[in-house]
Design a protein around this ligand. Sequence first.
Ligand code: GLY
Ligand code: MN
Ligand code: MN
Length: 431
Amino acid sequence: MFAERRKRLCSNLVEGTVVILVGSGNMVRSNDTEFPFRQDSDLHYLTGFDHPNAVAILNVGRSPNFTLFVEPKNQEMETWTGYRPGVEGAIESFGADQAFPIEELQKRLPEILSEATSVYHVLGKHREVDDQMVSILNDMRIRSRSAKTPAAQIVDPRSVIHEMRVVKDPTELELMRAAASITKEAHRYAASLSFDGTKEYEIEAALSYVFRKRGASGPAYTSIVGSGSNATTLHYVRNEDVLKDSELVLIDAGCEYQGYASDVTRTYPIGGHFDGARRAVYSAVLEAQAASIEASHPGATLQEVHDASVQHLSMCMIDLGLLSGSLDEVIEQNSYRRFYMHNTSHWLGLDVHDAGNYSIDGKPRKLLPGMVYTVEPGLYIRSDDEEVPQEFRGIGVRIEDDIHITESGIEILTADIPKEPSEVEEWVLTR
Ligand code: GLY
Ligand code: MN
Ligand code: MN
């Protein structure tokens, strides 16, 4: 599978191109402790090599085609930081044609680049590698009369790799279905805790517990558990308040499973019953989401998916007395943005906000089978907004599902996480 992806990438590049992919290192969290390791998504996509401080090199149309530079086996270091596949494992388990200790990168790079016609490398992310590469190419230029011609261009490989990543292959879709299924279970547990007195961080912990219990690496992004007016802060991650009866709790949480993210928001009624104003706002968002899902099909665009939510939410804002004016005015003057200020969709995959362009030649791109994205309209009414009826102040609702475009329509990866008000109420009430 990884070999097939490398082959596909190489088939898009001309012979003599050298692609350099630098993996993630360990990031210091504090003093001598580190954040959990997370591989660079592009390197993972093309190699599956999930250990720190690796560099992958592809030499298009040449042999050896696939070289890995990795941390070598070292019994003493492995006692402290754990198993390393080492040079041997890089070849045996990850299919490299050749592998070397990462310390040899500097020494071996000149040889690798000596025949390159162009180099694909992300500049600005790993200064050390940038400097090595630039100095090698400069040296070659200085000596160009007596030796080989240096590569004529350095190209960002992300344009090509991300174009591949935006259309998921069957293996990726299976992993994303598994991620969605784990996320469902986590939301189910979270819903059952949505009653007066629960702390937001207890729900965050419950979500993480289910993620890990079911074999996910953890949350794909910091879980948002915002009760009451905390739900109107889009990236509320402090999760430190106490749930109060009759308010809502917005839970935006999805796991990362074998590198793949799910991204799901549900808004639960604390205590198990949607009351008047909250029910009205919830229904507005649910209907907007239905309109955006209705607009999702092969050949449509994410702009159309977004417009469907904007249209419906704007109408509801007028109906609920949040805004005055005609629907056309509210949309043309962007006044709906006071209560709906983010986009409806983003690509989803290895990254929660996944790689891939949203437009081509300045126009929104058409949705193709294999693309996966979220549909996540919301309505957020600040608690200090004195221009809206009192009953709506401090209400925040978002509903988010993950959509896969198929040949004939869509598959909603997160379809079995309830969102109809009566089903949501039941989820909260059945502990
Ligand atoms: N949880 C991040 C997002 O919904 O985009
Ligand atoms: Mn989300
Ligand atoms: Mn999202």
